[in-house]
Design a protein around this ligand. Structure first.
Ligand code: 5GP
Length: 173
């Protein structure tokens, strides 16, 4: 990691992340009081956020995973590749799709249309980061950690060619 030290600038610190994730957990816990949640984490980028978020939610909560890919390196390919195998049963359940970042919105549009057709009792979107200036389709997060400008960012699960996911903060390259 030392060799990579000067290649990025910290944008959101570990402390800010920890505070915000706890706030989101509290908000979700209070809004879903008396209910059970199925958190659907998009792999791989949202795995660290979803792990922290799940631990800050105080109502019963199941975790499901789905693999989605739309980026190659630091640019969007414009098409979304989703692996729909091993999806937990969604019908009648309160689901929250947990995403690392909303950029064009194409991934979440495809995922939310797919999940909605399966008949959940309710469906919301929780994104750790949001880049509204990049949006190509009309998608909004019900819960969002931080709004950021149009930077390519890494850390806290987000990668560049599979590197940097383990940084405990968000940095721009
Ligand atoms: P969208 O479909 O909204 O354009 O893109 C969503 C996916 O693109 C995210 O789940 C993430 O994998 C990738 N992505 C978008 N912006 C960034 C970014 O700034 N950094 C990284 N590492 N990935 C990004």
């Amino acid at each position: 990691m030392a060799a990579e030290k000067n290649k990025y600038t910290v944008l959101i610190s570990e402390e800010e992340i920890s505070r915000r994730v706890k706030e989101l957990g509290e908000q979700i816990s209070s809004e879903y009081s008396g209910k059970e949640i199925l958190l659907i984490c998009t792999l791989k980028g949202a795995v660290i956020f979803a792990s922290d978020l799940a631990r800050s939610i105080k109502v019963p909560c199941e975790l499901g995973f789905i693999k989605a890919k739309s980026y190659a390196g630091d640019h969007t390919t414009g098409s979304v590749d989703i692996n729909f195998e091993d999806i937990p049963d969604i019908k009648g359940r309160h689901i929250i799709i947990v995403e690392d970042i909303i950029d064009t919105g194409l991934t979440l549009k495809k995922l939310s249309e797919y999940f909605w057709a399966k008949g959940p009792a309710s469906m919301k979107i929780c994104a750790f980061l949001d880049k509204p200036s990049r949006r190509k389709v009309d998608i909004k997060a019900d819960y969002a950690g931080f709004e950021i400008e149009d930077h390519f960012v890494v850390g806290y699960g987000l990668d560049h060619n599979e590197r940097f996911r383990n940084l405990p903060f968000i940095a721009k390259l």
